[in-house]
Write a protein that binds this ligand. Structure first.
Ligand code: PLP
Length: 420
């Protein structure tokens, strides 16, 4: 662990020396002609290779029983794939729809349908100034959907186990609050896991009848340790809390098989699914069931998915360990940075001194290291503290990840020293 003196304990000479040293290091970094990228949470090529057998499927695998997957129809998707993922996500397959290649499209559809047609017999959202609660730091593309559709976003800070329930309750007292984005397991980028206790309370809070929790469990199966976070049976919990229609649950195999060419899922109460089908039937005659069939044949059963995820973990865990190792060595003790040590998912959130995140990203860019723009994890790209940087270590190979993280550490230290 880095044994450095706290920056705030240094005298003026020590600070000046540190600044000069980091400037030299940064210049040296810029001279190396690096071209490294830590921006998007994409699987690496090696991870994608784990699913190459899919490219040969369905091959001569027997057609599944039931309606012909080669033909139109079957709005809910193939039963077999819904059963496998229903077990994994603890959702009754009858309440789980399998759809096309992107869960983000399903989220966009739901917000759009609610905007155009309303939900639960309420006014269309587009007739009013609707608001969404946005736990921060969060997923930029969630915030982009609500921004694009004219929905006001209210940030609320993430805690260690979700959000502060009283604070949320006060926000939900406003009838114009119609939604909340939640990444319940291994949040993007915070790694946050929402606890059962917090979720139980949230499900029971008074709220508008058309308030929906957009429960995006994109990383629910993406464990990095032997102590996986608990998968919550979210629809059962919502029903038990007396609000069976409160949750729209989403997931996909984008980071299980092929990103952008997997299967997406939408789980909700029967009432909500009927609402969803009532609109989706005009959008499509049915999803790509051949892709469902291919995926079902590839995995076989839920255990097949778990085994596959263990292979991802073998590749990903060393990358997360490396990020932690480099940051600890380079920044430990200075008191200028904190970072998450996620138990799953795809991201590390790096917190730097207030007012320096955009400077760090700019310094890294000068050195050929692409970082997600500062502010991206906040609604309207505005991080009021300018302090959060999202690190996505999955895509680069290990031999690029190390120099990239060392470079980031230099930029963090330089920006902090400059500020003082
Ligand atoms: N949800 C979260 C939280 C994500 O981080 C991502 C991708 O980064 C997605 C959804 C995208 O999922 P899909 O490929 O199914 O649209």
């Amino acid at each position: 662990y880095g044994e450095h003196m706290r920056l705030s304990d240094m005298d003026a000479d020590q600070r000046a020396a540190l600044l000069a040293e980091q400037e030299r290091e940064h210049q040296e970094l810029c001279g190396r002609g690096l071209s490294l990228n830590l921006t998007r949470g994409k699987p690496s090529s090696e991870q994608l290779d784990l699913s190459n057998a899919l490219l040969e499927l369905p091959g001569s695998v027997d057609l599944p029983a039931g309606p012909d997957v080669r033909n139109y129809g079957g709005l809910d998707g193939l039963r077999e794939i819904r059963e496998i993922f229903g077990e994994l996500f603890m959702i009754d397959p009858d309440l789980l729809v399998a759809s096309d290649n992107a869960s983000l499209s399903l989220m966009h559809d739901c917000v759009t349908y609610a905007s155009l047609h309303g939900i639960a017999g309420q006014q269309p959202w587009s007739n009013q100034q609707v608001k969404f609660v946005c736990p921060v730091p969060g997923y930029d593309r969630h915030f982009a959907i609500t921004e694009h559709l004219g929905i006001e976003m209210i940030p609320i800070p993430l805690t260690d186990d979700g959000v502060n329930v009283e604070e949320l309750a006060a926000l939900l007292a406003d009838e114009q609050v119609k939604g909340m984005w939640v990444v319940p397991m291994y949040g993007n980028p915070s790694g946050t896991v929402w606890s059962r206790e917090v979720v139980e309370k949230i499900l029971a809070l008074p709220a508008a009848p058309d308030f929906r929790i957009f429960w995006d469990n994109a990383y629910g199966l993406h464990h990095l340790t032997d102590e996986p976070a608990e998968m919550l049976p979210i629809l059962d919990m919502a029903a038990a809390a007396g609000n069976p229609d409160r949750v729209f649950a989403f997931a996909s195999t984008s980071k299980i098989t092929f990103a952008g060419a997997g299967v997406s899922f939408f789980g909700s109460s029967k009432t909500n699914l009927d609402w969803y089908r009532g609109h989706t039937q005009f959008r499509t005659i049915g999803p790509d069931k051949i892709n469902h069939w291919r995926h079902a044949a590839f995995f076989g059963d839920a255990e097949g998915v778990r085994a596959h995820m263990r292979k991802h973990r073998e590749q990903l865990a060393p990358k997360f360990a490396l990020v932690d190792e480099v940051l600890s060595e380079r920044l430990g003790g200075y008191g200028v940075a904190e970072w998450t040590k996620p138990r799953g998912g795809y991201f590390v959130a790096l917190r730097v001194p207030n007012g320096t995140a955009s400077r760090v990203v700019a310094l890294a860019k000068e050195a050929g290291i692409a970082l997600t723009p500062a502010g991206a994890a906040h609604p309207l790209r505005h991080d009021p503290d300018d302090a959060v940087i999202r690190i996505a270590p999955s895509f680069p190979p290990m031999d690029e990840l190390r120099p990239a993280m060392e470079g980031v550490a230099t930029c963090v230290l330089l920006a902090a020293a400059e500020q003082l």
